[in-house]
Design a protein around this ligand. Structure first.
Ligand code: ADP
Ligand code: ZN
Ligand code: ZN
Length: 727
């Protein structure tokens, strides 16, 4: 019998492919091996995902694997299992899943050119050698660091601030030798002065007591309540058992400060994995974790697929963050997959947030997750005072109410800083002619162009179309063009006019696109001079601004009245996150929220009672309406050069699905609220079921149907399981 294997091949088909495993390869097949295979007229890199396959195609019709690309499988069996599970769960082509699970350098057949880094450890007889001269402080200090870390590479040693000369002196003095295999670090869990408060202690105790078994925790605590400290202590406990840790962070939360904080607590043990690194750097982190050379991975979404030698703890910080959900192609949720990995490895997982998702709160309500609360701000910072400003019938100065401007004035006078939040960049979201009412619309979208004053441009924020800002109305040639409503750029100018004596710093995608610019803006704010920060949701994450004592929120009404039932949850989270940026122990903060709906019940609950009661109220509404997370949903989206074409395709899928009943419902095809985007017309089918298996059965039928249907050449379609947006 010839040997057959199944290979995940990077192609858009929802299946693996069977190949012969010829004797000439000179070795046995193994799960997780990267192989080169013929596919059509191409040669592709695939991953072996099943052995001893039985297949009804006669073997003389099957092609053979051409080459094995590595000695040891890149992906261990647990990740191969995970990839197969995830492909099925998200109804996504398995080959694409596996390609995405691999680091970029391993997606090609040519071996990575990376030279393995050289690591140094203490030589076996270093203690017998005469100690370095007492004036060689640097050498003595580096010896101590290497002793604690177990081993360090030249690069890491340099990053820690030691010169090459210092390292070379230790090497020449034979204090150090090359480390060929990973060396265990010395873990000092109490390598910090901080005494944990009671709630922190309880949280750390709960997590450490469940090391070695699967347990799910939701760590709920406002910004500054000491969640990170809880992570660090739990990590220390896990490392002391000789195990590794996966820590996920939203992209924007992975600041140099976070990395430094981890690195200084666990020298030499931390590796980062995020989009700011080169493919080579990412591969090196991946290797160090999968070989066990490093113990802690701190990474963004795709880091969840990194192989570990011995995974002992999983942490997902800011678990509510939308960036954990990939929004194109394979629409996986890294948070959910992180929980799955903890289950696979029999270890605890901690989801942390100041504003937990309704999903996680629901899981707490169902006793699936254990709730750990940190109610006090660590270091005794007080809670900010939050107030709604009713702006109905008020005269606004470019969006700013008099009360807010007065409060800003007082704050700056007192030597403090002000943060103004508006989730809309540009100068103005709408340009209109006073003469004839013409509006600057995007040619390709059902959307208005945003005016960018500094660049003299109109831009569409949905398709990135750009035009010169007109001086006269293109329709009636009137020169009276008016800018309706503010964006951050306009607020910046207006605040500069009101407060000419202080710095006004704008933080949004337009001012932070250059590498490092975010950091230098943030550094400018953190030096503490009286100043005003104005910006979008980029302000809400990652950075803490201790000298900000007034937060002004310009406009959140939009989020309360969106067509998507998830919008209020997201607005509430954003609001709390922004408010949480401000204040510290000796400087309590104030938060003013401008609104046209001061009586909105959810908003009132949020302001007067806090995030938890607000979220419980939203959850009760979802329960009543049987919406996720109480039920399970998926969206099938289609877009094409005409709406008809997209809708017909979805209708044909719907025709093959079970009609709705008490346990299952289907809505659509519905056109998206903004139907035309970048010249394409968009529609969706919304599927919802009481139980997951029902949903997945219907999705399987939908995918089979969709794959087989004849399609207009402009048609594109996709499946989104557990969507976070409808369109
Ligand atoms: P979070 O992750 O919830 O925002 P952090 O862990 O970053 O909170 O803690 C906020 C600040 O409080 C940090 O500067 C941290 O060093 C400090 N901190 C944390 N725990 C304590 C504690 N038990 N005692 C004193 N300070 C603490
Ligand atoms: Zn006009
Ligand atoms: Zn557009």
């Amino acid at each position: 019998m010839p040997k057959l294997v199944t290979v995940a091949v990077p192609c858009p088909l929802r299946r693996g492919f069977d190949y012969l495993w010829p004797e000439s390869l000179g070795r046995d097949a193994e799960i997780g091996l990267r192989v080169s295979i013929p596919f059509g007229r191409q040669q592709l890199v695939g991953v072996v995902i099943a052995l001893d396959v039985i297949c009804d195609i006669p073997s003389n019709k099957l092609k053979g694997v051409l080459k094995v690309l590595e000695e040891q499988p890149s992906l261990p069996a647990d990740l191969v299992q995970l990839g197969r599970w995830a492909a099925e769960y998200y109804h996504h082509p398995v080959g694409d899943c596996f390609a995405q699970m691999l680091p970029v350098v391993l997606r090609k057949a040519s071996p990575p050119k990376e030279r393995p880094a050289q690591y140094w450890q203490l030589s076996t007889n270093w203690e017998q050698l005469p100690q370095p001269a007492s004036r060689a402080h640097q050498q003595i200090s580096l010896l101590a660091v290497i002793r604690q870390a177990g081993q360090l590479s030249r690069r890491q040693i340099k990053d820690l601030g030691y010169s090459n000369a210092v390292l070379n002196a230790l090497i020449n003095g034979r204090y150090l030798q090359q480390a060929d295999t990973p060396v265990a670090p010395i873990i000092d869990a109490n390598n910090t002065e901080l005494a944990l408060n009671d709630e922190q202690q309880q949280a750390v105790l709960a997590v450490s007591n469940s090391l070695g078994q699967f347990a799910r925790y939701l760590l709920d605590g406002v910004t500054g309540s000491g969640k990170t400290e809880v992570y660090l202590r739990s990590i220390a406990e896990c490392l002391a058992r000789g195990e590794q840790v996966l820590t996920l962070i939203p992209e924007i939360g992975l600041t140099p400060q976070t990395l430094e904080r981890f690195e200084s607590r666990f020298p030499g043990q931390v590796r980062a994995l995020h989009s700011g690194l080169s493919d080579g750097e990412r591969y090196r982190s991946w290797q160090d974790i999968s070989s066990g050379r490093a113990r802690i991975l701190l990474g963004t979404r795709s880091a969840v697929f990194t192989p570990f030698q011995k995974l002992g703890l999983v942490i997902v910080d800011e678990e509510h963050d939308a960036s954990y959900k990939q929004q194109e192609g394979w629409r996986y949720s890294a948070r959910d997959i992180a929980v799955k990995r903890a289950a696979d490895h029999n270890c605890p997982v901690v989801l942390g947030s100041a504003t937990p998702s309704l999903d996680s709160l629901h899981n707490v309500g169902q006793d699936r997750y254990q709730l750990l609360e940190l109610r006090e701000r660590a270091g005794r910072a007080s809670k900010p005072d939050i107030r709604l400003l009713d702006i109905r019938q008020q005269n606004l100065d470019e969006g700013l109410s008099k009360t807010l401007l007065d409060a800003a004035h007082d704050t700056l006078q007192a030597g403090n800083q002000v943060l103004i939040f508006l989730n809309r960049r540009g100068f103005s979201p709408l340009l209109q002619c006073h003469g004839c009412g013409w509006i600057a619309n995007c040619q390709a979208c059902d959307a208005k162009m945003t005016a960018h004053f500094g660049r003299r441009e109109l831009r569409c924020h949905h398709c990135d179309a750009r035009e010169a800002l007109p001086n006269i109305c293109p329709q009636c040639h009137n020169s009276q063009l008016i800018f309706q409503g503010p964006g951050t750029e306009r607020l910046e100018l207006s605040l500069k006019r009101h407060f000419p004596e202080v710095d006004v710093i704008r933080i949004d995608r337009d001012t932070t696109s250059a590498k490092g610019s975010m950091q230098s803006l943030v550094d400018g704010i953190r030096d503490g001079r009286p100043s005003i920060l104005v910006g979008t949701q980029m302000l809400a994450k990652g950075h803490h601004f201790p000298d900000v004592t007034l937060v002004g929120i310009i406009d959140i009404d939009g989020g309360l009245f969106s067509a998507d039932f998830r919008a209020p949850e997201r607005s509430g989270q954003l609001l709390v996150q922004v408010a949480g940026r401000a204040g510290r122990a000796d400087k309590p903060g104030r938060v003013y929220i401008q609104t046209h709906c001061p009586d909105h019940p959810a908003l009132l609950a949020l302001v007067s009672e806090g995030y938890q009661p607000f979220a419980q109220q939203l959850l009760a509404e979802r329960q009543l309406l049987n919406l996720p997370p109480v039920s399970f949903s998926a969206v099938i989206r289609a877009d094409a050069s005409s709406l008809r074409c997209a809708e017909d395709f979805l209708a044909a899928i719907r025709a093959e699905l079970a009609p709705g009943d008490n346990h299952w419902s289907i809505v659509g095809p519905l056109p998206a609220p903004m139907t035309r985007k970048a010249g394409r017309f968009r529609a969706a089918l919304i599927l919802q079921a009481e139980r997951r298996p029902i949903l997945h059965r219907q999705l399987a039928t939908a995918c089979r149907t969709g794959d087989q249907l004849p399609k207009h050449k402009s048609l594109r379609w996709s499946v989104d399981v557990d969507p976070i947006d409808l369109f």
